[in-house]
Design a protein around this ligand. Structure first.
Ligand code: CA
Length: 231
């Protein structure tokens, strides 16, 4: 579950955020107060994927919260909400560990686009930590290198898009396991959506990595559910 903490004291804006995030599949925990946000964060053992923090909050301000959250969690994605007049705060917020900021007023589509993009980065980061920040993973004749962001087959570099790279990374982290289209979708895109997008990317990947894309040996179709990686 994609869990997000929303701290905003203006109730109209907070409700607007909560409704739109819930619609996009996030579990939202909300508060109107900075001090409460700090308590909630600790009570949940920092187990949030994302936080959206208004800068001007009663109790503890958004920038101080950002500092505290970052101390407890390397992986959480933090978005600051700023008013146009808070340019300086925005910069210090980014210095203290915020990942992105949104300037008020904002539209639902802007909010969700920014949140989804950050969630994807957070999910990818978590996979990398689970892989113990290995520089590369080998699988048969393939090598995935995280430092250079390259993918090689028999020592030849294959050019992958960012999404293709993430799909391969997910496969390599789960070799020989059946991964459903839905799992792949949520892992790579951070949301549920049209799962045909997964199939299209798989087809493209097969063209790049299989000796005979019509008879794939590595990205194997699991009939009716999804795909699995076989080295
Ligand atoms: Ca405020």
């Amino acid at each position: 579950m994609k869990r997000i903490l929303v701290a905003e004291d203006e109730s109209a804006i907070r409700e607007f955020e909560v409704i739109n995030l819930q619609r996009s599949g996030y579990e939202v925990i909300e508060t109107n107060d900075g001090k409460k946000a700090d308590e909630i964060f600790k009570d949940h053992n920092a187990d949030f994927d994302l936080a959206i923090l208004d800068i001007m909050l009663p109790g503890i301000d958004g920038i101080e919260l950002c500092k505290r959250f970052r101390k407890l969690s390397e992986t959480i994605g933090i978005i600051l909400l700023t008013a146009k007049s808070q340019e300086i705060d925005k910069i210090s917020g980014l210095m203290y560990g915020a990942d992105d900021y949104i300037t008020k007023p904002f539209s639902p589509s802007e909010l969700i686009a920014r949140v989804d993009a950050l969630y994807r980065r957070v999910a990818l980061n978590i996979t990398r930590i689970e892989n113990n920040f290995k520089e590369e993973i080998k699988s048969g004749e393939f090598i995935l290198n995280f430092k250079n962001i390259t993918f090689k087959k028999r020592n030849k570099i294959l050019n992958l898009t960012q999404v293709e790279f993430q799909i391969i990374e997910y496969f390599f982290s789960n070799p020989n396991l059946n991964l459903t289209r839905k799992q792949i979708m949520e892992h790579v895109w951070g949301e549920s959506g049209d799962e045909k997008v997964v199939d299209v990317n798989i087809r493209r990947l097969r063209m790049k990595i299989e000796d005979d894309p019509s008879r794939p040996e590595h990205i194997v179709t699991v009939w009716g559910t999804g795909y699995k990686w076989v080295s």
